[in-house]
Design a protein around this ligand. Structure first.
Ligand code: CUA
Length: 156
């Protein structure tokens, strides 16, 4: 079968636009610090306390100006409850829950994750301003939900 020249051009244009579009979505998803929907890092929620890195929640320096913050959640608390990181450093958050679904939102940033039992959620943030940032649980998780919070202290 013979394709008309213009049909060919439109076909190429269509496929090209599709890839361009997918590319933009992909870049945006990561730029916003969101998790790809296929967040497939799993964990046994019963064994969080003995699974790396959650057996040692807290702040760990993993490189030049690069930190990993490991967070365990359960009704109705974040562990650790206070996190201190330096201004301008790259901070990788790695979080999970030991019981029900909790939220992990850092007020004043784009980080807003849903922590689901059995899954590990990650996000990266560079804090450009010193001060205190609140971490809030924004998924209803029970009677103590509104009390569930933590804070990040960004120092010079
Ligand atoms: Cu945890 Cu709401």
């Amino acid at each position: 079968m013979h394709l008309h020249k213009f049909e060919k051009i439109w076909l190429i244009f269509g496929i090209g636009s599709l890839f361009l579009f997918l590319g933009i979505i992909g870049v945006n998803a990561f730029y916003m610090g969101n998790q790809p929907p296929s967040c497939l890092v799993t964990i046994d929620p019963e064994k969080v306390d003995i699974t790396e890195p959650f057996n040692q929640p807290g702040v760990k320096k993993i490189g030049q100006n690069h930190y990993q913050v490991t967070i365990v959640t359960q009704a109705f608390a974040f562990t650790p409850n206070t996190i201190t990181v330096p201004k301008g450093a790259k901070v990788d958050f790695v979080a999970t829950t030991k019981d029900v679904v909790h939220g992990f939102e850092i007020a004043g940033t784009n980080i807003n994750m849903m922590l689901e039992p059995g899954y590990v959620s990650t996000a990266t943030q560079v804090f450009e301003k010193t001060g205190e940032y609140l971490i809030v649980c924004n998924e209803y998780c029970g009677t103590g939900h509104h009390m569930m919070g933590a804070k990040i202290e960004v120092t010079d």
